[in-house]
Design a protein around this ligand. Sequence first.
Ligand code: PMV
Length: 320
Amino acid sequence: MQAMARSHPNIALIKYWGKRDTTKNLPAVDSLSLTLGGLWTKMKIDLSLNLDRDELIINGVIDEPNLLRVSQCLDLVIGKNRKFAKIISECNFPISAGLASSSSSFSALVVAANAAMKKESNTQLLAAQAGTISGSAARSILGGIVELNNISNTIRIKQLSNATRWPLSVVIAITDKNKKNISSSQAMNLSSRSSPFYSAWIKNQSPDMKEARLAVKNKDFDKLAAVSEHNCLKMHSVMWTTKPSVVYWNAATLNCMHAIRDLQQIGEPVFFTMDAGPQIKAVCLPENETRIIKRLTEIDGVVSIMKSGLGEAPTSSADL
Ligand code: PMV
């Protein structure tokens, strides 16, 4: 009746933006991501307390805004006739700020709930459960470099490279620690209804996936860099042309992008990606990490820097 799980967030290089089914929360496009070993969420669940409602504590503070989604996730994994739970979540990075905290949180919650109920769920079922609550969370069920595919009325995840086969580093420049104004779910639904670029975005995803998959297979950094930046900028173009416009960047985000472009000019293997938030993720090789950190630290508006290598799949322990 109790369990704990620890899971890592992931950042997409080939992004998911838009849903093909809002009820089942199925993504409109395939995606490809890096699981970030240096960042984590620990999720503890206790179903033995005879509570009269679910209780959620995030980083030591009682949380109401996220409780509904957490309860829905538990209903899905355990069933609606379940006991109420106390859920304690701890995270070593800012939440709801475009650092994919929903991916580590909901993958950890799904794994913890399955462990508490002693359910032997396979990887694909865990991914489907996590993905029903947060599309990106499905990819955190595996470590390394992960691909998510749409299969008729569900999804399938696949590990393309484990955490050690091609060790990549990710330097994260935090440019704003505040929560974002609009959630990715709300924003992508608006995009699909109003951006004139949305249909082109959907149509062009599969060539990007093909190129990125091949780059991972061949450990071709330059090819992965080119397709990842292109895909990221296409997603943000869809956001910018949404009505009303969705702009997650700030001035420091743009300054970091320029700094990364300058580093590329002098032959540094590095590329950027941004999600639904103003933080910049610079993907590089481990031997270049120190130089990238140094350059991004100098930029006005960069509040702090985090770094991460690739991480493993979630872990759990039952009967605490
Ligand atoms: O899973 P959500 O609802 O947090 O949406 C994630 C969307 C992006 O992070 C912007 C892209 C992605 O593929 O992770």
